[in-house]
Design a protein around this ligand. Sequence first.
Ligand code: DX5
Ligand code: ZN
Length: 211
Amino acid sequence: MVKIAPSILSADSASLGKEVSALASAGADMIHIDVMDGNYVPNLTFGPGVVKALRPYCKLPFDVHLMVQNPDVMIRWFADAGADIITVHAETCPHLDKTLETIRQYGIKAGVSLNPATPENCIEYVLDKVDQILVMTVNPGFGGQSFIENQLEKISKIKNMIGDRPIEIEVDGGINPMTASECIAAGADILVAGTSVFAGGDYRKNINALR
Ligand code: DX5
Ligand code: ZN
């Protein structure tokens, strides 16, 4: 069964604690936290202090997606703050193999993300150090963008590349009930969604529609 990871980028920022509790009650499987540094992407969001403050509000895994220029210095901050999964962008890691090892050394899951323009072969030699592969189906930085269709082919290629390794494929950006089913058919295991989960305010109905 596919997992749903609502992105709190689309939540009410003045009530984040209540929002993550509500998402848990509505049947979310994990909470996706988009960390942006105003440098790697032209937007600025949550620091480790926010992650730590949210931790008591919900027991679901915190899926921290680092869209930052220098993730290596921040892994420790977010691991200490209560992240269960930390995903770095392959494009930001000159020593990706080492970075993924470092994440696992904190006893948490390691994820690697690929932008729409990045080919899947750049992660071929780190597959044994990865728990989750995040395929960006929009360019990172903002919610509410349109799904980039040609990423479906990349999802299928990654699915084949993974073989029988215990790696989950996550998709992020422009996910709605229609693109969700295309991604699931291509091999996605986890759907990140901001706009389509928060639209209209009935989180349970929206999460069920994505499944
Ligand atoms: C984009 C973020 C996404 C974003 C998805 O850079 O990584 O997680 O919140 O938003 P929607 O679902 O609105 O495309
Ligand atoms: Zn994200």
